[in-house]
Design a protein around this ligand. Structure first.
Ligand SMILES: [Zn+2]
Length: 217
């Protein structure tokens, strides 16, 4: 089986991070995390780094040319034998169109886009009930374990992420509707999209993804 190239899309709280991790292990993929690259570039002590920091700390998108730079820098480092997985990118329709060209330019013709489908209502509830360990960042759900007070791995204090409050969640849902839904529609029209329901256990969802994915690769 050839190593696939995957873009995983879904709302915040859809569990796409967890599913990306499972796919990464299953197919020995390399993860390109645009947010991580930007965060490390933002540490540069020059105008370039400071401008990135200014944007990301306000939750603003960085310019398209910078996103493309991050992608190319990573693509050039990855062996052509290895598949790539991206999660949380592209964030705009313009980014999606260019990213598709980048994959193709690198000879990665078979790009599969997975949409982990969840309703706004479902993920809002998940995010409101999400707590993370302040030390090891493991995630917990007050819905599944209502009485938990401390991290069961490291004993760290459980906290709410700063963007897991109602107004921030609402903004993320709006962003998704306005920007990511058009990206999904674009890939659907290009017949590159696989849609999987994001409800059920982690393992069930993973199996459903594999079932649809293996038909394509
Ligand atoms: Zn912990």
């Amino acid at each position: 089986m050839k190593s696939p190239n995957i873009i995983l899309l879904g709302r915040s709280g859809s569990g796409k991070g967890t599913q990306a991790e499972l796919l990464l292990k299953k197919f020995s993929l390399v993860n390109i995390d645009t947010g991580d690259i930007l965060r490390s570039l933002s540490k540069r002590d020059d105008a370039f780094g400071k401008n990135i920091l200014k944007n990301i700390s306000k939750g603003k998108l960085v310019p398209l040319w910078l996103v493309i730079y991050c992608w190319l820098d990573q693509f050039l480092k990855i062996s052509s034998q290895q598949g790539i997985i991206m999660e949380g990118s592209p964030r705009l329709l313009d980014e999606a169109k260019i990213l598709e060209q980048v994959f193709s330019w690198f000879g990665r013709k078979k790009l599969i886009v997975i949409y982990l489908k969840t309703s706004e209502k479902e993920v809002t509830e998940r995010l409101l009930n999400r707590r993370i360990c302040s030390k090891c960042y493991r995630e917990y759900s007050l819905k599944l374990t209502p009485s938990i007070k401390k991290c069961s791995y490291c004993g760290g204090k459980l906290i709410r992420r700063h963007d897991d409050y109602p107004s921030a969640i609402k903004n993320r849902m709006l962003f998704f509707r306005k920007n990511i839904i058009p990206v999904i529609n674009y890939f659907r029209k290009r017949k590159m999209l696989i849609e999987v329901k994001g409800e059920g256990s982690v393992e069930e969802i993973h199996q459903n993804i594999l079932k649809k994915l293996t038909k394509r690769i």
